[in-house]
Design a protein around this ligand. Structure first.
Ligand code: NAP
Length: 314
């Protein structure tokens, strides 16, 4: 174990983590950012971000996080690729175990984001990644040129994925379990009106076909009102049914709510049940879940950490 005690360790490099890094670095706290399995977070798998303030013509999601990273680096943020395996928040400094290594920290900002939720239907796991089932149209859409694909879900992600896929696919089935989209009106209207998108209402996925062949050959679906089953002749299936917060080794000791999201202390968006430990972004926000709100929470966590350090460590 190194004796060096970090002022602030930030876990996660999405909008929340990088914004916390920019703020703490600009306050000369020399933050250390631990980078997990998806550097840049969920924004890197988004195509055009049209609603981040300051970009009137939209901005590429990957580029936006690259810019934030560059900004954080400019003020002295250090980045390290590492996975926290367990934590000990019972004493000061706080301990973050990374396998056989331990990092000591006066304050910690957990900004671990959320991971795509999967349906769990037969064939989904077997054909995930390169075999036809995916959660990222931006990453994999181009593989489905002139093919029919299905998008599962009814939120903004599903609408956005479906619209993006119309650039490549010959037809996009948008399969939703209800008869209206949860997505924002502008996205829903665009998806429903698109000539290449066919809405498949009141329908749930039942099985991904093609396991024996090692590639998706269709999607068996069931109409929830009639129970009639049918097969959509698709080669690609894009799962967009929401996310699960990445609370991993931090909960416990950090409190979570009934949905599994980190639960800040009453009256605060970012303060956890452990003094000097903060949460920010999609790992603790099941309400807004936007790039801009994650960035805002990252900023708030950084300011709180800074104040806490000033109070407790002069
Ligand atoms: P979401 O809003 O939670 O929507 C998830 C969708 O998946 C819902 O329509 C839900 O159905 C459906 N679903 C959930 N579990 C299912 C299951 N087991 N089987 C079938 N369907 C299932 O998630 P999201 O679309 O990822 O959006 C998350 C947040 O990010 C939202 O706040 C959204 O506004 C935001 N977002 C914004 C943008 C943008 O502004 N450009 C883009 C993407 C995401 P029900 O409707 O029946 O619950």
């Amino acid at each position: 174990m190194s004796d060096q005690v970090e002022n602030v360790v930030i876990i996660g490099t999405g909008c929340a983590g990088l914004t916390a890094a920019i703020y703490t670095a600009r306050s000369s706290l020399n933050p250390l950012v631990l980078e997990g399995p998806l550097p840049g977070g969920q924004l890197t798998t988004t195509s055009e971000v049209e609603n981040f303030p300051g970009f009137p013509h939209g901005v590429d999601g990957f580029q936006l996080t690259q810019n934030m990273r560059e900004q954080a680096t400019r003020f002295g943020t250090r980045f390290e690729q590492a996975l926290v395996s367990s934590v000990d928040f019972t004493s000061m400094p706080r301990k973050l175990h990374l396998g056989d290594r331990t990092i000591l920290a006066k304050t910690v900002i957990v900004a671990t984001g959320a991971s795509p939720r999967m349906t769990g239907i037969p064939g989904e796991k077997e054909l995930y990644g390169g075999k036809g089932v995916t959660t990222c149209a931006t990453c994999d859409g181009a593989f489905y040129r002139k093919m029919e694909v299905a998008v599962l879900g009814g939120g903004d992600s599903a609408a956005e994925e479906a619209l993006f896929l119309t650039r490549f696919a010959s037809k996009v089935y948008l399969v939703h379990r209800r008869d209206s989209l949860r997505a924002s009106k502008i996205m829903a209207d665009r998806a429903v009106a698109h000539e290449k998108i066919q809405m498949v209402w009141d329908t749930v996925p039942v099985e991904v076909l093609g396991v024996k062949e090692g590639a998706v050959s269709g999607l068996k679906v069931r109409h929830v009102k009639t129970n009639a089953e049918s097969v959509l002749p698709v080669k690609g299936i894009f799962v967009a049914i929401g996310h699960i917060p990445n609370t991993g080794p931090f909960a416990p000791p950090l409190d979570v709510d009934e949905g599994g999201y980190f639960k800040p202390q009453p009256g605060s968006q970012v303060q956890t049940n452990i003094p000097g430990v903060y949460v920010a972004g999609d790992c603790s926000d099941h309400v807004y879940r936007q790039a801009i709100t994650a960035a805002g929470m990252g900023c708030a966590a950084a300011i709180e950490a800074e104040r806490w350090l000033a109070e407790h460590h002069g």
